[in-house]
Design a protein around this ligand. Structure first.
Ligand SMILES: Nc1ncnc2c1ncn2[C@@H]1O[C@H](COP(=O)(O)OP(=O)(O)O)[C@@H](O)[C@H]1O
Ligand SMILES: [Mg+2]
Length: 402
C-alpha cells in the first residue's frame, strides 16, 4: 500500500504525516521521511548549531540543512500513533487539518511491515540472535528484498538454519528496529500537547533507485565532551575493542543491493563492532560487490572523493567530529552493457557511476565558537584524518583482480 500525500507543504496549517525512512542503515534514533527529498530526525541543538554555522568548504560533503519543524504526536482511539510535522513552529492549527488520505498511522505501517513474521524475527535481529540462527552457509546475512515501485512495500527475506526463507519486513531491519523503539519511547511518554522539534535534512539517497549505503563511524574517539563518566567509559571500550582504535573507522551499518536476487544484503552495527581490521577490509569488499562481480568502477570515484574530503577536514581547525558518521553510497542498479564486462565478470564501466560520500550526525561535534561550553581544541581532528587515510588506503588496495 502506498500512502498518498496530498498535503500542501506550503500551507502551514496543514501537517505532513511522517513516515519511517526505509533506507536507514545505522543510528539509534528514528529517521523519518518528510518528503521524497527530505528526511528528519529528533533535534539535538548541537547538531542544529553545527549546520547553521557550517563552513562553506564542508557543504559539498554534508546533506543540505533545511531547517526545523514541530512534530505532534497524534493518537487515535485505537491507540495508533502518527507523527505529524508542521513546517512552522509558531502555528497553532489543529491536527484535524491533516489530509485524510495521509492519515495512516506509523503503527499501521510498521505492523504491515511485519505481518508475515510478526515481531519475533525482528527481535531476533535486534538481539543479534538471528546470527546464531543462521548457518555458516549464509553467516549472519539477512536479505531485504525490495520492490522499488512501491517504496513502502519492500519486503525482506530472512534465511534460517535450514535454509528456509521467510518474509521478514518491509524496511531495512535496523531501521525498523529504530522506528519501533523510538515510537515506543514516545508513546510511553505521550503527551498530546508536547511539541517535538525535528531537524530537516536533504535525503542524500533520494536520487538513487537501489541505494547501496555504508555508514562508517569516524575517528578514534566517540564520546562527546558532555558525556557522563559512565557513557564515556562505555564508548571508550567500544572504540578500544573495534577497528575505531586500530583504523580510526568502524562499520555502523550497511545495505548492498544484490542485483541477481533483487535483495539487499544488510549488516548492523553489532556486526561492524566485531570486525578485525582484516574483517573490515573484507566488509568493504562486500560493500562493493553486487553478488555477481566487484564494482571496480566505483573505486576511483570513491577514493578521489575521500581525498577531497580529507583535504577539507585537514583545514578545519578546532573541529572534533565525535561520534559522527561518513556515508558512502552508490547506485546499485548498473547500466553497464555486456561489452563493458571482462569475461571473468569484472565490469569496466567507467561511465560516471553514481556514487557519493557525505558526513552526517553532528550531535556531538564541537568547534571553537560552538555554543556548548566545553573544551576548545587546537588543530584539525586527527582521529578523523587517521580514519579517512586508512579508508583511502583500504579502498585503493581492494583486490580488484579476484
Ligand atoms: N541526510 C540523510 N539522507 C539519507 N539518509 C540519511 C541521512 N542522514 C542519516 N541517514 C540514514 O540514517 C541513519 C542514521 O542517521 P544518524 O544521523 O547517524 O542518526 P543518529 O543520530 O540516530 O545516530 C544513517 O545510517 C543513514 O542510513
Ligand atoms: Mg549516527
Amino acid at each position: 500500500m502506498v500512502v498518498q500525500k496530498n498535503l500542501d507543504i506550503g500551507d502551514p496549517r496543514k501537517g505532513i504525516v511522517l513516515e519511517p525512512f526505509i533506507h536507514q542503515v545505522g543510528g539509534h534514533m528514528s529517521m523519518m521521511k518528510y518528503d521524497d527529498h527530505t528526511v528528519c530526525k529528533p533535534l539535538v541543538s548541537q547538531e542544529q548549531w553545527f549546520y547553521e554555522s557550517l563552513p562553506t568548504a564542508m557543504k559539498q560533503f554534508t546533506p543540505q540543512y533545511k531547517g526545523i519543524v514541530s512534530v505532534h504526536l497524534k493518537k487515535d482511539s485505537m491507540g495508533n500513533m502518527s507523527l505529524i510535522a508542521f513546517p512552522h513552529t509558531d502555528n497553532h492549527s489543529t491536527l484535524d487539518n491533516t489530509s485524510k488520505e495521509a492519515s495512516m498511522t506509523i503503527w499501521q505501517k510498521l505492523n504491515q511491515a511485519n505481518t508475515n513474521s510478526g515481531d519475533h524475527t525482528f527481535v531476533k535481529w535486534n538481539q543479534g540472535t538471528i546470527t546464531n540462527a543462521i548457518k555458516d552457509s549464509c553467516t549472519g546475512k539477512a536479505l531485504l528484498k525490495t520492490d522499488l515501485q512501491y517504496h513502502g512495500d519492500v519486503s525482506s527475506l530472512m534465511v534460517d538454519s535450514n535454509g528456509n526463507q521467510a518474509e521478514v519486513n518491509s524496511y531495512n531491519p535496523w531501521g525498523l528496529h529504530c522506528h519501533k523503539q523510538h515510537l515506543n519511547r514516545m508513546s510511553s511518554k505521550y503527551n498530546e500537547n508536547k511539541l517535538h522539534q525535528f531537524i530537516l535534512l536533504e535525503n542524500v539517497v533520494s536520487k538513487y533507485k537501489y541505494p547501496c549505503i555504508l555508514d562508517l563511524k569516524m575517528g578514534t574517539r566517540q564520546h562527546g565532551d558532555d558525556a557522563s563518566e559512565e557513557k564515556k567509559s562505555r564508548q571508550i571500550k567500544k572504540c578500544e575493542q573495534s577497528t575505531s582504535a586500530s583504523l580510526g573507522v568502524r562499520i555502523c551499518g550497511m545495505q548492498v543491493y544484490q542485483a541477481i536476487t533483487d535483495q539487499y544484503l544488510c549488516k548492523d552495527k553489532y556486526y561492524g563492532r566485531k570486525l578485525s581490521p582484516d574483517g573490515f577490509r573484507q566488509a568493504l569488499y562486500q560493500f562493493l560487490h553486487n553478488g555477481n562481480h566487484l564494482r571496480t568502477d566505483l573505486v576511483e570515484p570513491i577514493v578521489s572523493q575521500l581525498k577531497a574530503l580529507l583535504s577539507i577536514i585537514k583545514k578545519q581547525n578546532s573541529y572534533r567530529f565525535y561520534s559522527s558518521s561518513l556515508l558512502i553510497y552508490y547506485e546499485g542498479l548498473e547500466k553497464a552493457t555486456p561489452s563493458d564486462c571482462h569475461p571473468q565478470g569484472h565490469c569496466q564501466n567507467t561511465k560516471h557511476p553514481k556514487v557519493d560520500v557525505r558526513m552526517i550526525d553532528f550531535a556531538h561535534t564541537t568547534y571553537k565558537g560552538s555554543r556548548n561550553h566545553h573544551t576548545v581544541y587546537d588543530g584539525p581532528d586527527h582521529g578523523y584524518i587517521f580514519g579517512l587515510e586508512n579508508l583511502v588506503k583500504i579502498i585503493k588496495n581492494i583486490p580488484v583482480g579476484e
